[in-house]
Ligand binder design. Structure first.
Ligand code: GLY
Ligand code: MN
Ligand code: MN
Length: 429
């Protein structure tokens, strides 16, 4: 169970705001998934985020149900399965707090004939109404976007544990250290500092591997003067921190320093733009133009940055979006504002969300510039952008890797607050 008691206010707020009309709502936690080889083991169980948000429980097979007729707060009933003897013996599991799941059938029977919306994981025997469910899902996601005080407290603790891990790195980043060794030290410190898991698969890439966006750390030793990109974060009670720092093992070249300075300036500028009401697409496009202005100044690209972005030329070196929402999971609540459809502009193809920022949102800001061989050796792209890129210079940089810098930003009425500000941004390891 979540260590932080869930505020009843959260249930009340959702109970009064979800567009259910007279329908009931059923939210499934999900079931454990057996490993494919047919042993008696399962993948680690993670309750569906919709369910977890409402209950704070990791209870397999559980259901949270809501009837708006019974009141915005009193209408919620948390049905939990019994704990078996086997679970007590093998896992030491204690009974879940809540109403016994066997009463769920009676609860449903008393509401027979009413429409049903379904969130979370599917619940056996329930066939939710598809159109209502889609609408309720959109609103639920949107209502979850502003983080409440309990969530922000968890994110602050996660940011502190993540900072403790990153504090280990500068002393360790030397030529010869392996990506795996860095991962081990970083994650050990996350756990020592209160992390309950890592928020996602830790990324550590040295040299050319720093240009693989989600690189899994290997036994490769880092070479002298290579970039080392580390993207990792601690998770506490399901709340995730998502941070990237880039270092050089040894002495950076002038070119590496310039590339780093361009990304850092774009990141810091983008963070200042994370204010209430700001459109995420506008922040992304401004950052893309600033990154390209930097590449033009470095002699890597030619042209007017805004025009290059309109032609999607930024995706050669910055092939992902500026960031995403983060919290209950590493991609918490990203997507579109209600009523919006995907913006068809090619220059926004790589963006994960399109919404105005609001108070309480927590977003990542993570610009990057990379020399990614599969993109930069593609003949179609080379032809299309033949005049926009200094290809001979790019050819010399194909081994170089890349730079990403990522922080987590809480949008407040007083401006952006960087939750991960305690993690230094220093290039030289
Ligand atoms: N850690 C994965 C990401 O930044 O999206
Ligand atoms: Mn990341
Ligand atoms: Mn991220």
């Amino acid at each position: 169970m979540n260590a932080t008691p869930l505020p009843a206010a959260r249930l009340r707020r959702l109970g009064s705001a979800l567009p259910l009309d007279d329908r009931i709502l059923v939210v499934g936690a999900g079931e454990p998934v057996p490993l494919p080889e047919g042993s008696d083991q399962t993948y680690p169980f993670r309750a569906h985020a919709d369910y977890f948000y409402l209950t704070g429980l990791e209870a397999p097979g559980a259901v949270m149900a809501f009837d708006p007729r019974d009141g915005a707060e009193a209408g919620w009933v948390s049905f939990v399965p019994p704990v078996t003897e086997g679970e007590r013996v093998w896992e030491g599991r204690q009974p879940w707090p809540g109403t016994p799941k066997e009463e769920f059938a009676r609860w449903l029977e008393a509401r027979r004939g009413r429409g049903v919306a379904g969130l979370g994981a599917p619940v056996a025997g329930i066939e939710p109404d598809a159109a209502t469910t889609e609408n309720v899902r959109l609103h639920f996601k949107h209502l979850r976007r502003p983080k409440d005080a309990a969530e922000i407290a968890l994110l602050r603790r996660g940011a502190a544990a993540t900072a403790a891990g990153y504090a280990r790195l500068p002393d360790l980043i030397r030529p010869g250290v392996t990506e795996r060794a860095l991962q081990i030290e970083l994650e050990a410190e996350f756990f020592r500092a209160g992390g309950t898991r890592t928020g996602y698969g830790t990324i550590v890439g040295g040299g050319p591997n720093s240009a693989v966006l989600h690189f899994e750390p290997s036994a490769r030793p880092v070479g002298a003067g290579e970039f080392v990109l580390v993207d990792a974060g601690a998770e506490i009670d399901r709340y995730v921190t998502d941070v990237t720092r880039t270092y050089v093992a040894g002495r950076p070249t002038a070119f590496q320093r310039d590339l780093y300075a361009v990304v850092l300036a774009a990141e810091e500028k983008a963070i200042t733009r994370c204010v209430v009401g700001a459109e995420w697409t506008a922040i992304h496009l401004a950052a893309a133009a600033e990154l390209l202005a930097g590449l033009v100044a470095m002699g890597v690209m030619r042209g007017r940055p805004e025009a290059l972005v309109e032609q999607e030329a930024h995706t050669l070196f910055f092939p992902h979006g500026l960031g995403h929402m983060v919290g209950l999971g590493v991609r918490d609540g990203s997507g579109l504002a209600p009523g919006r459809s995907k913006d068809p502009r090619a220059c926004l193809r790589t963006l994960r969300m399109d919404l105005p920022l609001a108070e309480g949102y927590v977003v990542t800001v993570e610009p990057g510039l990379y020399f990614i061989p599969p993109l930069l050796t593609d003949p179609v792209r080379r032809q299309r952008f033949r005049d926009a890129v200094n290809w001979p210079l790019v050819d010399q940089c194909l081994h170089l890797g890349g730079v990403r810098i990522e922080d987590n930003v809480l949008v407040t009425a007083a401006g952006p607050e960087v939750l991960t500000a305690a993690i230094p941004k220093t290039l030289a390891g």
